[in-house]
Every structure is written in structure tokens, then in C-alpha cells.
Design a protein around this ligand. Structure first.
Ligand code: SF4
Length: 185
């Protein structure tokens, strides 16, 4: 089982309030209270900070990190969209955390990515969100984002709790990863 940084594998696939994501991140870090919005945004956009948070779980150093998150700079026009993406990312992160930050086998990872590479929905990150997507692991200008859910496929395909959101065009009951279509409860 591999453990990864909070931000390097983030995806953008679920809804939820910012307060909820702060609470979920707090729980992931073993805290009794939600993290601040500043900590959430910093953890999801600063790989080093996120890594330090993870490895300091349960140590006194965490309090210092929580009190001094790096400042995330976003211009006014980007703020709303960025916040929405961070909310989704936080929710996906929480779901992944419940799996213990586990990852699929290398073989399954390669298979999923190969199918994404041949999928008509794969696209380049939106022009105005290059920076945010770059933090999520997307390559600038290259097709690396799923057009159906907005996830960076290199990160999404690594997680056992993630699934392809599109039905296979020729195989009823399966998605484009040739896996059973997820049941909606
Ligand atoms: S996750 Fe599914 S729909 Fe999205 S790019 Fe990959 S194969 Fe296509």
C-alpha cells in the first residue's frame, strides 16, 4: 500500500460545502475540529505543505503547520471557480482517505490510463485553470483531464475508490475502464 501527498493526487469529482471539506480534512488529519479554510486551500495547492501535514499527524509540529498555512494567491476572477474545485477536491480526498490512501496495482493503473488515453472525453485542462490543475498533476497543454468529471486521470486512475463515469459504448453494464458501472445509492 502506498501513501501519497494530499495534493499531488487530488481529483475533482464530488460536491460538498467548504465547511464540510474543512471538517473532513480535519478528521483525516486526526483532529477534533475542522481545519481552517486557509489550511484546506493551502493543503490542496501546495504539495510540500500537504506532505508535511500528513507526516506530522499526531505530532506537535502539526499545530505549527495549522497555524501557519502558506498563503494561496488567486485573483478575484478565479476565486469562485477555484473554491468550487477545491470543495470537490476535498470531498474526493476524504473518500480516498477512508481507503487509507491506498492505490491500485501498477497493472490496473496502466490499463485504466491506456483506456483514458483512447477515450474521446479526454481533454486538456481549461485554459484559465492551468495552475490549479497543474497542482493536481495535470500536464500543461496535454490531454490529461476527464471531460466527464473534471478529474486529472493520472490521479483518478490510481485510486481504488474512483470509477470511470461514462458507460462503455459497446459493453452494457460496464464503464470505459471495463469495470462494472457504479451503483448510485
Ligand atoms: S475516466 Fe472514463 S470517461 Fe473519463 S477520460 Fe477516462 S475513460 Fe474517458
Amino acid at each position: 500500500m502506498q501513501t501519497n501527498t494530499l495534493s499531488s493526487e487530488l481529483t475533482m469529482s464530488a460536491d460538498g460545502s467548504l465547511q464540510q471539506q474543512c471538517a473532513e480534512m480535519g478528521a483525516l488529519l486526526g483532529l477534533d475540529a475542522p481545519v481552517s479554510e486557509a489550511v484546506l486551500k493551502a493543503a490542496l495547492t501546495d504539495t510540500t505543505y500537504a506532505h508535511h501535514l500528513l507526516v506530522s499527524r499526531g505530532s506537535p509540529f502539526m499545530a505549527h503547520l495549522l497555524d501557519h498555512p502558506p498563503v494561496v494567491i488567486a485573483n478575484e476572477a478565479e476565486e469562485f471557480t477555484t473554491s468550487a474545485l477545491l470543495m470537490r477536491a476535498g470531498s474526493a480526498l476524504a473518500r480516498w482517505g477512508k481507503t487509507g490512501f491506498s492505490t491500485v496495482s501498477d497493472e490496473l493503473y496502466r490499463d485504466r490510463l491506456a483506456l483514458c488515453q483512447n477515450c474521446p472525453h479526454l481533454k486538456a485542462p481549461p485554459e484559465h485553470q492551468h495552475t490549479l490543475y497543474a497542482f493536481a498533476g495535470a500536464s500543461n497543454g496535454e490531454k490529461s483531464v476527464c471531460g466527464k468529471c473534471g478529474c486529472v486521470v493520472a490521479a483518478k486512475a490510481r485510486r481504488p475508490n474512483e470509477t470511470c463515469p461514462d458507460a462503455h459504448p459497446d459493453r452494457p453494464g460496464l464503464n470505459r475502464w471495463n469495470e462494472p458501472v457504479a451503483q448510485v445509492n
